[in-house]
Design a binder for this molecule. Structure first.
Ligand code: HEM
Length: 141
């Protein structure tokens, strides 16, 4: 029973985490096109706040995931979980790169255009597909 509760919260906070990972690069797209300093200052504030809020959801989602592994350590020897952890590491790398972008905008050092950020926005989508397919189809792996 405890296991299922922890899994429910794991999924809830994964959804909240991804909401941030999808929205932040959209802010970068709109920020690129903003020329006036007042609008740009507003984006800087929104990006920083959203990033910090997303980190909170990341920590809770990962803590619940680790909680599931403590309750069910046998998962650790399964290939689907090892692949999943590798993809989560890639996701955290993407998240770290988002912070670099937030800092670049804050210091007016951004050199990339909206088209670049639209492609960048696809990275969490690809990782989401891969991770969800792994966890759901695990009996076949
Ligand atoms: C370090 C990070 C993570 C750890 C340690 C972890 C671990 C786990 C474990 C042990 C389960 C239980 C599997 C089961 O009972 O069948 C699980 C379920 C799940 N995880 Fe994660 N997870 C992590 C991150 C993520 C991420 C980033 C996503 C989404 C992209 C995700 C999506 C899910 C989903 C949808 C389930 C439910 C699967 C099912 O009930 O069939 N997890 N996770």
């Amino acid at each position: 029973m405890l296991y299922l509760w922890v899994k429910a919260f794991h999924i809830i906070f994964v959804v909240a985490w991804f909401a941030g990972l999808f929205y932040l690069p959209r802010l970068f797209v709109y920020h690129c096109d903003t020329k006036d300093p007042v609008g740009s200052a507003q984006f800087k504030l929104m990006e920083r706040r959203l990033y910090l809020f997303t980190i909170m959801n990341t920590v809770i989602a990962i803590s619940c995931g680790l909680g599931l592994l403590i309750l069910q350590p046998a998962w650790l020897s399964q290939h689907w979980l090892q692949w999943k952890l590798a993809l989560v590491a890639a996701l955290l790398g993407f998240q770290w790169s988002c912070w670099q972008v937030v800092v670049n905008f804050r210091e007016n050092r951004n050199t990339r255009n909206g088209r670049w950020y639209r492609w960048y926005n696809e990275i969490p989508t690809v990782l989401l597909f891969a991770i969800v397919i792994l966890v759901v189809l695990k009996p076949l792996l």
